[in-house]
Write a protein that binds this ligand. Structure first.
Ligand code: ADP
Ligand code: MG
Length: 728
């Protein structure tokens, strides 16, 4: 008897909504309370120090040592008043998630303990980081890694710890994290976009990359979670038969939020707002027990820090509510997985959203210029964009009938598509006319200020234009958005540089400016037509069509990582100085290594569950059936016993077949692992795990799920899908 599962079910049912302490203040009053933001800085820093740090934040001016001590002192005082006793450099290693090593503020001075925190410590640290992945960059003899403060993201206090957002680099200067190349990609994009903006408006001095993420997640009761070793160790269920009811009625999406979940959400929102994360939206998602939280968009680097912070806060808050939060992209087979849509746009320091249609000819030509350059960037590097969202965990969403398909295409919507089609067909004279009274006109295409199909949502498109931004939907729920944002901003930067050079060339040759811009735009519209697709991204026809169009259709995650090393992609990273070739190679090594390790862990857990949890229970059930059959035979005349035992006999055979299959496949899987592990190169190993281990895992699961349907419910040891998904 599986008493444990039933005991845990009982516990789960007793969990009630937590009653939150009443919050006296309004969100506007406690927003950013735990952040060393401009208001706090103004209060705790001298005027000179304040000006220096603001200059560092806004303009990237290095903060001189003479000011660093001042900032550190002010920051420490503020943090201690918040109750902080420790500080940490908070960074984003390639393992995913964030890393922190806490140090106390205490120092010895003349034999006594004092609270100390200097500018030197604030600015740079040397965490013993030899066990973070570096893809071979750091040999053990120079295992040092440095973390250095990123003043553009404010420090904050969580619990008793002051967290200082930092970059993480090797002794020899290579990036070992997401933040370093992200900052570089953002500034490369800004520099390139400013040049292009100057074709329209001389006043622009900076272009911001904006990111608004939408975080999807599942909540599972903690007691049921504890009884699922697969959830605990891999973040997803490696087995589990479909629940009779799941999402078919679509009754969960946008439905009323269950009270226990609502308490969790309110608690989470409060924490987030205090940490300066502008969370705004919350709702139920498509799958049962699936939810979403989204903030107001922010500058990309800050938005990404906030997403990482949110993910770690969610886990803590969930525990106060006896939930566990699942950030895995596909915790449950057969129902929707979780993504993290990245809404992305570019905006000038003069307040113009470059992806928003304007009010007049110049503004619209500028809008079309940026839109078409984004299209071209995505077209030329569609393989790379896909690689940026690939991981062992997101692989379960790729190609399934939910975003994203394993092909990157762009959805523009009817109106914008028509504008581009008209521009493509027009002659320069038709397209660009100078009206003596109202100035420049784009002759052929009127672009409405508010795009009607703003909300025309094609949910099957991995990269959709939504009226004033692009929504990169393929990003996985557990990912660091940094990876996708590094690639996107770099590709757009490189494309804008090319565009600018070409336009300048034409102007130098005597072409009028607007006509030069238009002719390059028209050329790009023609060149990158293949990336535009407004149809159903899940259909079989699209797969064939995309292949004909020459888009990257590879589905294997480890093979997709090759995109990072293709010459045209290496070129954009090196020309913008976002990542060097050495860094690209090392990062790919890390990706392959991580991929293989994740599948290896899953395979081990599955093997253990199969052999030690499932098969013993299935055999026990089998002997119950055999007992029955023996009793029929003992008590009834032979031919009557035969009829009576017929069903049990059938079941015994079925159970035996599945048990045998599981045993055989587990053996085969162990062997496949052995073969894969012998491979020396990380890429080959990852491919072996993908090609030989993963398929066996799917087969093992198939037989276990069949057993779940046959074996007595009371004996089944693992909480079932209906329990994990509907108890809340
Ligand atoms: P959806 O209908 O796709 O769920 P939401 O209204 O929830 O959209 O918003 C999605 C995200 O897009 C939010 O984080 C929002 O702040 C962000 N967003 C809105 N405008 C922009 C923009 N111009 N650039 C980047 N992100 C934006
Ligand atoms: Mg969205």
């Amino acid at each position: 008897m599986s008493t444990l599962r039933f005991k845990l079910l009982e516990t789960a049912c007793q969990h009630k909504a937590v009653v939150l302490e009443k919050e006296e203040k309004r969100p506007s009053e406690f927003f950013g309370e735990h952040v060393f933001n401009r208001t706090a800085m103004a209060k705790y820093l001298s005027k000179r120090t304040y000006n220096a740090i603001i200059d560092a934040i806004d303009n990237g001016t290095p903060l001189g040592r003479e000011y660093a001590d001042g900032v550190a002192t002010g920051m420490k005082q503020w943090a201690m008043e918040q109750g902080a006793t420790h500080y940490t450099h908070w960074f984003q290693p390639l393992t995913g998630g964030t890393a922190e090593k806490h140090d106390g503020f205490i120092e010895f001075e003349k034999g006594a303990v004092i609270e100390e925190f200097s500018g030197k410590i604030l600015i740079q640290q040397e965490p013993d980081a030899s066990s973070f992945p570096s893809g071979g960059i750091r040999n053990t003899f120079e295992a040092r890694g440095y973390s250095a403060w990123d003043p553009s993201s404010p420090a904050f206090v969580v619990g008793d710890t002051l967290c200082i957002p930092t970059v993480f680099i090797s002794y020899t200067g290579e990036a070992l994290d997401y933040k370093t190349p992200l900052l570089k990609a953002i500034s490369a994009m800004s520099a390139a976009a400013v040049k292009v903006c100057h074709l329209f408006d001389e006043r622009v001095t900076k272009v911001f990359s904006y990111l608004g993420w939408e975080q999807e997640y599942f909540l599972v009761d903690e007691s049921l979670y504890a009884a699922r070793p697969d959830l605990v160790l891999t973040g997803r269920t490696l087995m589990g038969h479909d629940s009779a009811k799941n999402q078919q009625l679509e009754d969960h999406y946008f439905g009323s939020i269950p009270t226990r979940v609502l308490a969790f959400m309110s608690d989470l929102e409060r924490e987030c707002l205090k940490l300066g994360i502008p969370v705004k939206t919350r709702h139920n998602e498509v799958a049962p027990n699936q939810f979403e939280v989204a903030p107001i968009f922010e500058e990309t680097n800050l938005a990404n820090d906030h997403n990482l912070l949110l993910m770690s806060i969610m886990k803590k808050v969930a525990r106060r509510h006896s939930f566990r939060v699942l950030l895995h992209e596909k915790p449950f087979k057969g129902i929707n997985g979780s993504g993290k849509h990245n809404n992305w746009s570019m905006g000038t320091d003069t307040g113009v959203n470059l992806l928003s249609p304007g009010k007049n000819g110049v503004e619209n030509l500028q809008f079309v210029t940026f839109l078409v350059n984004v299209l071209a960037a995505v077209y030329k590097h569609n393989d790379l964009l896909k690689a940026s969202i690939c991981s062992a965990t997101n692989a379960h969403r790729l190609g399934a009938n939910e975003a994203p398909p394993a092909i990157v295409s762009v959805f523009l919507g009817k109106q914008v598509s028509e504008v581009l089609d008209k521009l493509e067909a027009a002659t320069t004279e038709e397209a660009i006319t100078m009206d003596p009274k109202s100035g420049l006109k784009i002759g052929v295409a009127h672009i409405p200020e508010i795009l009607l199909d703003n909300t025309d949502r094609n949910r099957t498109s991995p990269f959709a234009f939504t009226g004033n931004r692009f929504e990169f939907r393929a990003v996985g729920s557990s990912a660091n958005c940094g990876e996708a944002m590094i690639v996107l901003n770099t590709a757009v930067a490189a494309q804008l540089n090319d565009f600018y050079a070409e336009v300048e060339g034409l102007i130098a040759g005597g072409t009028q400016k607007e006509k030069a811009i238009f002719s390059v735009i028209r050329k790009l519209i023609k060149e990158c037509k293949a990336i535009r697709f407004d149809g159903n991204g899940y259909s079989e026809e699209w797969k064939a069509e995309a292949a004909r169009r020459g888009l990257d259709c590879e589905t294997s995650v480890p093979v997709n990582f090759d995109a990072y090393l293709r010459p045209n992609n290496v070129e954009i990273f090196t020309s913008t100085r976002v990542l060097s070739e050495v860094e690209l190679h090392s990062r790919c090594e890390v990706k392959w290594e991580t991929y293989a390790k994740k599948i290896q862990i899953e395979a081990r857990v599955l093997g253990d569950l199969a052999v030690n949890h499932i098969i013993p229970v299935a055999s026990r059930y089998q002997s119950v059936l055999l007992d029955n059959i023996a009793k029929f035979n003992a008590l009834f005349p032979a031919d009557e016993a035969k009829t009576l035992a017929e069903q049990d006999m059938k079941m015994v055979r079925k159970v035996a077949r599945h048990i045998t299959a599981v045993m055989e496949k587990v053996d085969a899987m162990v062997n496949a692992r052995k073969v894969a592990n012998k491979l020396v190169e990380e890429r080959a190993k990852a491919i072996a795990y993908h090609d030989t281990v993963q398929p066996l895992m799917d087969e093992i699961r198939y037989h276990i799920d069949k057993l779940e349907l046959i074996v007595d419910n009371e004996m089944w040891p693992l909480p079932k899908y209906r329990e994990l998904l509907f108890i809340r």
